[in-house]
Each structure stands twice: as C-alpha cells, then as structure tokens.
Design a protein around this ligand. Structure first.
Ligand code: ZN
Length: 67
C-alpha cells in the first residue's frame, strides 16, 4: 500500500500514520429514532493524519495485513 497524500492540501503533503488499529463500529437504526451500537462488529481501519490541515483518512486494515 502506498503512503497516502492529503487531498485537502496541495496534494504533496504526506499523511502520518497514527499508531494502532481502530474500528468503525456497526450501527443500526432504531425504530422511533436513534441508533443501536454493536461494538463487537465493525470495520477495522488504519488511520492517517495530515499534520498541516488535520484531515483524517481511514483505510481498511486488511490492506496493510494488520488484521
Ligand atoms: Zn492536509
């Protein structure tokens, strides 16, 4: 996997990897409003941060063979 660049800045700013693996938790809509969270189910992701503008980019952890 190539190092991602920030799409918000000049396009040449390299994003910095945030240590660790994170997850986007699965949610489902409740009847009558709100959501139910299912923390045991979700998408493992790797996070990259732009040191210039603060944009965060999330990519599936499986692309980096981390999960
Ligand atoms: Zn940026």
């Amino acid at each position: 996997m190539d190092i991602p660049f920030c799409t918000n800045c000049s396009g040449s700013q390299i994003l910095q990897r945030v240590d660790g693996v994170f997850a986007l938790t699965k949610v489902e809509k409740k009847e009558g409003g709100g959501v139910n969270f299912f923390p045991a189910s979700g998408l493992p992701v790797v996070a990259f941060l732009c040191p210039q503008c603060g944009e965060i980019k999330l990519l599936p952890a499986k692309l980096f063979n981390e999960i």
